[in-house]
Design a protein around this ligand. Structure first.
Ligand code: C5P
Length: 243
């Protein structure tokens, strides 16, 4: 399926706009969280923590068989041929998205292997602030937002399904690329405050969608809530009110 044939992210059911990160110690903990959330959540992200355990792909297939959408947050980054081969292998699992770091030739190679599985370009991690960028060698004049915008243009040109960025950049990405890319935003904190953990560029669910996000990714604010299902339902109510 090419980009033109893929279903528009503007027509996503409201219920699928919340993606819950299954950052769990192992597949059994993830299954328990999925059972707890029940019908409050229809889209799950499986990431590095689970992929470093046995059984992650069995879990992915179970989620698909149960009717959930799945996002494989593998954050692939290697030479173009290796990333292309990895995308070809993971597209057999019936997932909706896979993440690839936003480097032009790597994205182009990954996108050539897209099918029903869409490639999301990771722009600048939402845990990064100005100090992290300088540690990577960027001059102080280069902001996270500048880099995100540049990488969003690269993702669009490469044919990606979307980008992963913080909600703080969503408005500028939307203005720059229109509906050409799905905008997926982690860094969601229902209280809207940064500095409580490793995330730095954060916003509330409502602010993310007002800025133009298509999907939000939420992990700890749901997983560690006293009542995870109630926390997920509260976010779903915000989403339903917005769309
Ligand atoms: O717990 P929290 O809500 O911070 O989880 C955010 C999730 O989104 C984590 O699984 C993290 O790996 C992922 N993510 C991110 N920033 C990106 C890409 C993915 O936080 N740029």
């Amino acid at each position: 399926m090419n980009a033109a044939e893929r279903p528009s992210h503007r027509a996503i059911p409201a219920h699928e706009r919340l993606i819950v990160a299954l950052d769990c110690a192992g597949p059994e903990d993830a299954r328990q969280l999925v059972r707890t959330l029940g019908d409050a959540v229809g889209f799950y992200k499986v990431g590095l923590e689970l992929f470093c355990r046995d059984g992650a792909f069995s879990l992915v297939r179970e989620l698909r068989d149960a009717g959930h959408q799945v996002f494989l947050d593998l954050k692939l980054f290697d030479i173009p041929a290796t990333v292309a081969a990895a995308v070809r292998n993971v597209r057999t699992h019936g997932a909706r998205f896979v993440t690839v770091h936003a480097s032009r030739r790597v994205l182009e190679a990954a996108c050539a292997e897209q099918d029903d599985l869409g490639v999301l370009a990771v722009t600048v991690l939402t845990s990064f602030d100005a100090v992290d960028l300088q540690d990577l060698g960027y001059p102080p004049t280069v902001t996270a937002e500048d880099l995100v915008l540049q990488r969003a243009h690269t993702a669009l040109a490469a044919g990606c399904a979307g980008v992963v960025a913080s909600p703080l950049e969503a408005r500028r990405i939307r203005a720059a690329v229109g509906d050409g890319l799905a905008i997926v935003t982690p860094g969601i904190r229902p209280a809207g405050t940064a500095g409580e953990d490793d995330q730095r560029r954060v916003a509330t669910p409502r602010a993310a969608f007002e800025a133009g996000a298509d999907y939000i990714v939420v992990g700890r604010p749901i997983r560690t809530a006293p009542d995870p299902r109630a926390a997920a339902l509260a976010i779903q109510e915000t989403i339903a009110a917005h769309f």
